[in-house]
Design a binder for this molecule. Structure first.
Ligand code: CP
Length: 314
């Protein structure tokens, strides 16, 4: 695998191999000395044209724990603010002898375009409303630790699907891993063309959580309402959205006691998720963050060392 641009790049064997490698990497997080040698002498640049807390810092930690040299380049503070194009910026950074670019961009498709201009490995760290494949991998990793094999498991993904790269990548990856997905949102927040996606849809969160719509739900993933990508009235008021689609304390009772609650972050507490749900024993939100480091270590390791989990140094 040269690049990871889309969850669709991964077949079941490749996705499973990354998750298995991540499990080996995860063990390192609890060690006192968190360092492995395999990427010594390799250089990874995090090229971020859009804000990030989780993805950028976890890629940086992942690269450093594998002994790569990691450099962060942000649009703010770089020559992008002087008008340099995406192509010129990518070629300039790649010309320095970089082995991998981890790229986040606000425009859908930008990372795919960039990958066509450079020779080094490229990882999509989120492009517009399109895809976020390493988020889907860390979500699958978290789900696997809670539910075991994901085959025939049913995951409800709830909220602002239209603007969510996380939803797109999760639908693709969870299907690849054999799970069923129901997307739950008001009609205004379900994207055009969703009927062609490999999943079910629903407008009724209560019926979905009860299992009345598409069968029992094994896990629920709440999505952020992405106000910064909204230009019109997608719902009447935030209060009404929270009442119809928020994971409120009352709705927690509809969900199976064993069902994990996921959220990719950042969260709008009180809008798509209540603090009671976010901080409950069923919440695995911080486990997702922790898994992010292990999964990104596994992705960098497989891309740059070209090795699988059996070869992870002890
Ligand atoms: N989930 C996610 O991509 O978070 P960041 O925007 O903080 O990277």
């Amino acid at each position: 695998m040269k690049n990871l641009l889309s969850a669709a790049d991964l077949d079941r064997d490749e996705a499973t191999a990354i998750l298995d490698t991540a499990a080996r990497m995860h063990a390192i997080q609890t060690r006192e000395v968190k360092k492995l040698p395999p990427l010594r002498g390799r250089t990874v640049v995090n090229l971020f044209f859009e804000d990030s807390t989780r993805t950028r810092s976890s890629f940086e930690i992942a690269g450093k724990w594998l002994s790569a040299d990691v450099i962060n380049v942000s649009a703010k503070g770089s020559s992008v603010s002087k008008g340099e194009s995406l192509r010129d910026t990518a070629l300039t950074v790649a010309a320095m002898g970089v082995d991998a670019l981890v790229v986040r961009h606000h425009a859908s498709g930008a990372v795919q375009r960039l990958a066509g201009w450079v020779d080094c490995h490229v990882v999509n760290a989120g492009d517009g409303t399109h895809e976020h494949p390493t988020q889907a991998l860390l979500d699958a990793y978290t789900l696997r630790t809670r539910l075991g094999d994901l085959a025939d498991r049913h995951v409800a993904i709830v909220g602002d699907i239209t603007h969510s790269r996380v939803a797109r990548s999760n639908v693709l990856l969870l299907r690849t891993l054999g799970a069923r997905v129901t997307l739950v949102a008001p009609p205004t927040l379900l994207p055009a063309g969703v009927a062609g996606w490999p999943c079910e849809t629903s407008w009724d969160l209560d019926a979905t959580l009860c299992g009345k719509e598409h069968g029992d739900v094994d896990a629920v993933m709440m999505l952020r309402v992405q106000r910064e990508r909204m230009s019109g009235g997608y719902f009447p008021t935030e209060r009404e959205y929270a009442m119809a689609y928020g994971l409120s304390p009352q709705r927690l009772g509809l969900l199976s006691e064993d069902a994990p609650i996921l959220h990719p972050g950042p969260m709008n507490r009180g809008l798509e998720i209540s603090s009671l749900a976010a901080d409950s024993a069923r919440s695995v939100i911080l486990h997702q963050v922790q898994a992010g480091v292990a999964v990104r270590m596994a992705v960098l390791y497989r891309l740059l060392a070209g090795a699988d989990e059996g070869e992870v140094p002890a």
